[in-house]
Each structure stands twice: as C-alpha cells, then as structure tokens.
Design a protein around this ligand. Structure first.
Ligand code: ES4
Ligand code: ZN
Length: 326
C-alpha cells in the first residue's frame, strides 16, 4: 500500500485545480476584512462548518460566495502563492490551473487584474522553486455561450499567458454542445481545450465534449464506466481523465471511497490522473487525494507510481520535459 512518505516522494503534476477552490477559510477571512467585503460568517470555524455538501450545486453556491472577497491583483497573487506553497509541500512540480474569470468580471473585477495577479505568482514560483505551470481559462456553463464568447474576447490581450480553455460549473442541463462555437473560436486561436464532463452528467456529455468541443482531456469523466464503448475509445485514443477522488466523495458522487472506479479504470489501461479540484473545500490537496485511494481502495505503490507518471503524460508540457519525469 502506498504510504504518505511514498506518495510525497513521487514528483507529480496537478491538472485539475480551480484556483478559487484553493481559497482557505483563513485567507477568505483575512481578505474579507482587508477589502471590507461582508461574508455571512464570523469566524474561520464557522466557514469550515458550512462545508457540508450534498451535490455539485450545493457546493457551487458556497464556492461563488467565497470568491467574492477577491478584488485586487494582490488578492489573486496571494491566493495563487498559497496554492503554490502547497504544491511545494506535496512535491507537485507542475500545475495546470483553472480560473473562472466570469465569477470576477460579474462583480466588476477586470479580467486583466485576475490574470496578472495569478500570472505574477506563477512566475515567482517558477523562478523561486522551479514549479512550472499553465493557466486554463474556464467558461461557466450555467451562463450563456454569448457570455463565454465575450469572456474569450476580453482575454485576447492576455492570450500569451493562457494555455487553454475549459468548461466548469453546473453540469446537468448544460451539455457541452451549448459551447460549440466558443470552443471552435478557442481552437482557431491555438488554445488547448478541456471540459468537465461525466462528473454528475451522463456519459453522453463526455462524448459531446470529445466530438463537438474537440477536447484533448476530460475533467472528472468517471461516469464513462456506464458506457463500455466510450471506455474503449478513451483507452484507444489515450484521452486522459483528470479524476478528483475527494471531490467526488465530498459531493456525494460516491457515498464511500471504496466505490470509486479510478483504480479499475487504471487497471483497464485508461490514462487516469489524481487531482484536488477544490482543495480548500473538499478536505485536501493532491497528496491527500492519493492517500485517500490507499486508505479506501488499497492503492499499491505501483499504482501510485503509474498515476503520477500519467499526470505528466496527460499534461501540456513539452515532450522534452515529459522525458525528464518519465
Ligand atoms: C467545480 Cl467540482 C466542480 N465541478 C464543476 N465546476 C466546478 N468549479 C469548481 N469546482
Ligand atoms: Zn473541477
């Protein structure tokens, strides 16, 4: 069984991390005071106690409320630096980070403030600690495609700082096909494409993400187990799944970790990876997610090693850099 020391010693890439989901209650509280933004909590303990979710939407409501304390470039810098510090502790040497510009632009925060704040922290972590990273701009799928297109337009001055686009937020009722045009525009701009699919939504959404949005990676994707033909396709085409074990149990996708299919998918040869999703809300960063698989599913050292190797294979780092971690 892979123990904490073994897990920590493995160099890892993290490919599914919402930077707004790494906002710890302590920093949320500090920023609410610093920026004079009211939050409906009087202490860090009260914030933590509110983190009991029964599905994706019940989490998203609290997550968007938490993000309301982020206003200035320095706030986004501090948020990102705190995450990168945790990367260092967990031996995450490369991170591909999601951010949700619409969560901030809706409140009047300029997209440039968001991107510059995050980017400056990524730059400092690279020079100080050697941690490499990419930024992935996510569209909120509960909003319209028009809104997503306006967001992509607003991001155009910063495209050099952005590796790709993604799709997140409320999945059910908002199929990938809703974003066909904006993903085609992103592709024409040379951006990579990923999408959350098959987290709460059906396997059909995974197929749509592949066929209609032309994504090269699926975020979550665990409901592929309901479609054997799709599973075979994911394996044959080597399409990675960025799986988030503690997120799935926190949002009741599975009642217990023992029911999680990640190791079955791994044994069947799919390129699955382990990620934290929203670590401040779901009970842990990457290493805790690996450890949860040891505890709940008896993950072996060989399996942990393969999962860490997959994280580099599935990343957007250059082939030369991939060789370094192989
Ligand atoms: C998310 Cl777990 C999850 N699913 C969909 N959208 C999200 N945004 C942040 N976390
Ligand atoms: Zn996610």
């Amino acid at each position: 069984i892979a123990d904490p020391d073994f897990i920590k010693a493995l160099p890892k890439a993290e490919l599914h991390l919402h930077i707004e989901g790494s906002l710890e209650p302590e920093l949320m509280f500090e920023l609410s005071k610093r920026n004079n933004i009211e939050i409906p909590f009087t202490s860090v303990e009260e914030i933590r106690a509110a983190y009991k979710f029964h599905n994706l939407q019940s989490f998203l409501d609290i997550y968007y409320q938490g993000a309301s304390v982020l206003i200035h470039e320095q706030d986004f810098y501090d948020l990102t630096m705190a995450y990168l510090q945790r990367c260092r502790e967990d031996n995450v040497v490369h991170a591909e980070i999601f951010f949700d510009p619409q969560t901030h632009t809706e409140r009047g925060v300029d997209i440039g403030v968001v991107i510059q704040g995050i980017h400056n922290a990524l730059k400092d972590a690279k020079s100080e600690w050697g941690i490499s990273s990419h930024l992935i701009l996510c569209f909120l799928r509960h909003l319209s495609e028009e809104d997503a297109i306006a967001t992509l337009e607003a991001a155009k001055p910063y495209l050099k700082l952005i590796k790709g686009v993604g799709l997140d937020s409320s999945e059910l009722g908002h199929p990938p096909s809703k974003f066909k045009n904006v993903f085609a525009m992103a592709k024409a701009l040379g951006l990579e494409r990923v999408a959350h699919a098959g987290e709460e939504g059906p396997a059909e959404y995974i197929k749509e993400a592949l066929d209609i949005l032309d994504v090269s990676r699926i975020d979550h994707g665990v409901r592929c187990v309901e479609d054997k033909t799709l599973m075979e396709h994911l394996k044959e085409k080597n399409i990675p799944l960025t799986v988030c074990p503690l997120s799935n149990t926190a949002l009741c996708v599975y009642d217990h970790m023992s029911e999680h299919p990640i190791l079955d998918l791994l044994e069947q040869g799919l390129c699955v990876t382990v990620n934290a999703d929203d670590p401040a809300y779901f009970g842990g960063y990457v290493n805790r997610n690996y450890l949860a698989l040891s505890e709940g599913l008896g993950m072996t050292k060989a399996q942990a090693k393969q999962l860490a190797l997959n994280s580099f294979k599935a990343s957007y780092i250059s082939e030369g850099q991939k060789q370094k971690w192989a």
